[in-house]
Structures are given as C-alpha cells and as structure tokens.
Design a protein. Structure first.
Length: 665
C-alpha cells in the first residue's frame, strides 16, 4: 500500500514532500553537533535512515512494517547498551535518543508523526548543551529552534502548504513573544550550586599544557597555542608586566634530563614577609583537569576548597574540570621562607651523579671565587647569560646526550625552560639551593572586555634560589637574555623568528584587525560565560540583592517566579484578546461571503440556520441555469473549509475565479 493511501486510512493527513524535506534537513542539522561525542556508527546510522526516508518520500516507497520497526528498535537499544554498558547517563542517553529519532523516521507517514518528531527535535536540541555551553552553540541552537518552530507552524497550517514567508514571520513572532517569559524563568528559577548530572566541560587529557614534569623542548608546542588559560579582573591599576608571574607547579627533583615535582608536599602555614605592593583581583580559570590554581607571586589569600603547599603553590581538593572563579590578593614584593626545613634545602641542592661535568666545573670556579656569597654566584650566572652570545628562540637545536652542558657550552639557544633548567643546575652545583617554578608570565589586556587575558602562549619557567637571611628569591634567567620577553611579552621576544607565530606576535604589537577581532570575540565569549553559563546561585543572589531583595528563600523565589510568569501569560493573553478582530476572515471565508452577497443581491438570502450544502441546494432550485457553477463553488468551499485535501492553493485559486465570474441566472 502506498504511503499516502495508508495515511488516509489512518485518518491523518499524509506527509507532504516539501515539509518532509525540511523536517529531515532540520533534524540532521540538530543531530550534527552530536557527532563529536557519540560513536561514529550512530552518526552513520542516522544519516543513512534520513537519506533513505528522503528517497522513500520522493519515490513513494512503502515503509517498513511493524515487525521490522520493532526489531530495529530492539537492535538499536541493544547496540547502545553493548557499547556503553548502560543506557543511562549523558553519552548513552543522547546516543539512545539519536537512535530512536532515526528509527522514528522509518514510520514517518502522517502529520501526527511529524508532530512527534518535532517535539523530539526540541528535546534533542536541548541535549547539545549537556556537552557545550559556548555562545557559538547558543546561536546555532537558537537558529535550529527558529527552524523547528517554523516547521511547527507550517505543519499546523490547515491548508497544509509548503514553507512560506508567513510561516517564518509567525515563528519569529512566537519566539519574540516567548522572550520575556524565557528571561523571567532564567533570572528567577532557583539555581543549584553544582551542575546537573555531574556535568562538566572536561575532555580527555589535560588541557593546560603545564604538567608534573619538565624537560627542554616540552613547551615548544605550548607557546604556539593561543588558547586562553585564565582571565583576570584587577580591582585597581594593572601591575607592570615585569611583575606578572603567575605561579604554578614547582620542580625539585632532577634526574639529569627531566624535572619533576616530588618535593615537600602538603598544606602549610604562610611564612613570608609582606613588603609592598598588594594587588586584589579575580581569576576566572578555564578547566585544565589538574589540582593547581594560578595566582600572582606571591599569593596572600587562599580561596575556598584550596590550600597552600610547602612551596607556595595553590592547590584544590579536586581537579579543575569546570570554569572556576576565585578572589585573590597577592604581594608583588615579598620575602618567603627565611628559615626553611633542612630537608628542603638538601633536596634543593641535589644533583644526579656523573652528569653535567662542564657545568659542575664552571660552578666550582664560581664557588671558589665567591665562597658563601650566594648572591655573587647568582649575579655571575646572569652575567654569563647576558654577555655571551645566548639567544632566545622557540626552535632550539635538539639536545641529545647532556642537555645542560650542550646548551651552556655549544648551542646557547633556547627558551625559558632551557635557561631555567641550566641556571638551577649551575646554582646547585655551586652550593646555592635552587628550584624551578613554572606557570605563566605576562598576558594581554583586553580593553574591549576590561580584563587581563593569560594564554597558553604565556607559559613560562623561572628559578628560585634560597639566600641566607633573605629566603627564596625569584630569579628569571630568561630576562637576562631576552628582557623584552618579560617586559613586553612573548611576541616581542620572538619578533625575528621565521615562524607563523611571528606574524601573530607582530599583529599583537601593532593591533592588527585580526587580533582586535579575536579580542572582541573573547570578550563576547567571556561575558557569555559569566552571565549565561556562569549564572549560578551565588550570582543570582548578587543580582537579587542589587534589586533590593536581600533575604529571599528558594521557596519565595519559586513563588515570585510563578507570579511573574503568570502575570506575563495573563498580559499577553489579554493583549491577544484585545487585538482580536471578530471580522477577520480567511481567504476561503472571504470568497464564500462574496458568493452569498452575490446571491443576496439576486434576491436569495441565506438563513442563519443554513449550512453551505443546504443553501447551495436552495440556490440551485432558484437559479437552475447556474446549478453547475453553484455546485462547483460549494464543493470547493466545503473541501477547503472542512476537508483534508492537499491541493489547497490550486483549489483556492479556482474558487476565487469561480466566485468572481459567478452571475446567477
């Protein structure tokens, strides 16, 4: 049995080819973003069934019977369960929904099936936000929502035409009418402090680029990344670029090639002298799947659920899998740990046996010259980097056997980790306790967003040495070779590099249009994250307090939401009622009114109790020579007004022509 005849037997209008094509296209576009996180076979299955249904509609193929559909549904559920081991959860649930939508296409015959698929499309649309909440996702999903609503108005149209301009206008009007209600629900709906279903933005593998180890060459790809690590809102003036050291992992242990953390661990009390230059700021940290937080050297506050480690790192109790916002105060001029534990100093002097003979020999000469004058040894090392032909480069030669000796005495070319690693080895060999600190240095001021932006390209490594009666002192050997790297950022340090990043860096300096567009997009993305994605219970309370509602319980908030939403619904209902015109007629009704008026002028008035067929019979008796015309007009009118015919446009045009030319005889 053909699809259209089967649909008529069911008592539902059949699917029109025009709306079928738009429905298949819309559902495919809605499903497209899910291809990034569901198995490839589900994506291929959806595309295959959607393509087949399109051909079936074009060629009027028969659809699968109930047994085939039931077997397909059972097979689809079993396949999802076999892949995930469950059908519950974010990924399994969305995968199952995609399979069910695809299988529903196999029985798409009537208008009722179209409505079901439209409702499933709205639900599938919402599931995209379980994986991504960026502004790009929001714009894309809004576009799809408009398209779904347009299809809804088209399918609900009694005349059952294809997509027309009036359907787009009606969908847009419906979306605009729903906007106040949406805003009221968004602002007033009670918020919870944790995301639903444990949802997070984490992905496979760490994203920060900073790790638990460091060896020369590890940061090469990281410096080429323009991805944002975190953003900072300073309460006052922006500190000098040379002071912006964002402290991260600290490396103590060294095996001759690789540095690892492995030093003193655990929380500790702060032991530093605050000297000058306190800075207050707010950090918005992007997810990086690690425990550490970043703060300016040296932080004086500890955020909630965080603690200080022995080497003044900030760490949290759980991995940072979602964007985190925290307040900080740092002291840019300080002294820390003037009396460390003996085991800390011992670890800060350890070197592997038999490694770096040339570096050890050079350090021994310095120790012989300066004795216990540790500051003199530090200055001697910096003088060497400054006066010898060392250069800063992002593409250093490969270091094979002995990375420190080869760098210090042969290649003399590298970037921050080469200088920090070699400097700390020299210090330890000369008897000066030293360690490596990694993190970020500098950043970019986004004047459009009014915040400071630290990218992965700003990753940096520097050294800390311990001096008697002074404590741990930051020493950045990179500044001795490329001071512009510290004072003006990475772009100034690599201006002469013949790489793609050089062009980016130059654009950074001169404010190229691409760079300005990137800043504008980042500002837009940041504000979206703050006020839409990041609109949590705390921000909701702050907003309500700004409106004078300081003490509002969740129950009161829910009651207020019901009141506001109910008020909006009443307002729009009253508005629609007042704007309703009792004389508004459809084109079909206008044609029928013109026909009855013509007969009334000829002396035949339609009674208030008469239906169109009875009135037509009486008119045919009164004007027998016009019986054929009267019968045709009434037949078209009845079908258009009460029937389920699909050739609406042709029949309406024919009715209008017949009414205009009708002259009762």
């Amino acid at each position: 049995m053909a699809i259209s005849s089967h649909a008529r037997l069911l008592g539902h209008p059949p699917v029109r080819t025009a709306t079928l094509q738009w429905l298949l296209l819309t559902l495919t576009l809605i499903a497209a973003p899910h291809a990034s996180w569901v198995p490839i076979w589900i994506t291929l299955l959806f595309l295959a069934i959607a393509s087949w249904r399109w051909f079936a509609g074009q060629r009027n193929w028969n659809l699968p019977n109930g047994w085939i559909r039931a077997a397909s549904a059972l097979l689809g559920v079993s396949a999802v369960y076999a892949y995930y081991g469950t059908v519950f959860g974010r990924e399994p649930g969305v995968s199952l929904l995609l399979v069910m939508v695809a299988l529903k296409l196999m029985e798409l015959k009537t208008q009722r099936d179209e409505w079901v698929l439209l409702l499933l499309g709205y639900f599938l649309l919402l599931t995209a936000f379980l994986f991504q909440q960026g502004i790009g996702t929001g714009v894309y999903m809004l576009t799809m929502a408009i398209l779904l609503t347009t299809l809804l108005t088209t399918i609900s149209d009694a005349r059952r035409p294809g997509l027309e301009t009036r359907h787009w206008r009606m969908a847009g009007l419906m979306m605009l009418q729903g906007l106040p209600l949406m805003l009221a629900l968004f602002i007033l709906f009670p918020r919870i402090d944790h995301p639903l279903w444990g949802m997070s933005e984490s992905a496979v593998g760490a994203r920060t680029g900073l790790s638990d180890s460091m060896s020369p060459g590890a940061f090469t790809n990281l410096t080429l990344s323009d991805e944002v690590a975190f953003r900072v809102d300073f309460d006052g003036d922006l500190p000098p670029m040379s002071k912006l050291y964002w402290r991260g992992p600290v490396f103590w242990r060294y095996d001759g090639r690789e540095w690892r953390r492995g030093g003193p661990s655990g929380p500790r009390r702060l032991d530093f002298s605050k000297l000058d230059h306190a800075v207050d700021y707010t950090v918005t940290l992007e997810p990086h799947d690690r425990l550490w937080l970043f703060a300016l050297d040296v932080p004086g506050d500890v955020p909630d659920s965080a603690y200080f480690t022995t080497d003044y790192r900030l760490e949290t109790d759980r991995q940072v899998k979602d964007r985190r916002v925290y307040r900080m105060r740092s002291w840019l001029d300080y002294r820390i740990d003037a009396t460390p534990r003996p085991e800390d100093l011992k670890l800060a002097l350890s070197l592997p046996d038999g490694r770096h003979p040339k570096a050890r020999e050079l350090a021994a000469k310095w120790r012989q010259t300066y004795g216990d004058d540790h500051l003199g040894i530090v200055n001697e090392a910096l003088k060497r980097f400054r006066e010898l032909p060392y250069r800063y480069t992002l593409s250093p030669p490969l270091l094979r056997q002995d990375p420190v000796d080869e760098f210090l005495f042969e290649t003399q070319a590298g970037f921050c980790e080469h200088y920090a690693s070699s400097f700390v080895v020299l210090m330890r060999a000369a008897g000066v306790p030293a360690r490596i600190v990694t993190g970020y240095q500098g950043g970019i001021w986004n004047k459009l967003g009014g915040y400071f932006m630290v990218r992965q390209a700003d990753a940096h490594a520097w050294a800390e040495v311990w001096l008697p009666k002074v404590g741990w002192l930051r020493v950045d050997p990179t500044a001795a070779v490329a001071p512009q790297r510290i004072e003006r950022g990475l772009g100034a340090a690599i201006r002469d590099e013949q790489r793609a990043l050089a062009a980016m860096a130059q654009a950074d300096e001169v404010g190229g249009w691409r760079y300005q567009v990137a800043l504008a997009l980042d500002a837009l993305h940041t504000n979206w994250g703050r006020w839409v994605v990041g609109y949590n219970a705390k921000r909701q309370r702050s907003l309500l307090q700004a409106w004078g509602m300081d003490e509002v319980s969740p129950n009161q908030l829910a009651q207020g939401m019901v009141f506001v939403v109910g008020g909006l619904l009443l307002f729009f209902s009253a508005l629609m009622f007042l704007r309703r015109s009792p004389n508004t007629l459809t084109p079909v009704q206008k044609a029928w009114l013109q026909f009855t008026n013509t007969l009334e002028k000829a002396g035949l008035t339609r009674g208030p109790h008469e239906g169109p067929v009875n009135f037509a019979n009486r008119a045919a008796q009164r004007f027998p020579m016009s019986e054929t015309s009267i019968s045709a007009i009434v037949s078209d009118y009845v079908e258009l007004r009460y029937g389920r015919q699909v050739d609406d446009d042709k029949r309406l045009s024919r009715l209008r022509r017949a009414v205009r030319s009708f002259r009762p005889k």
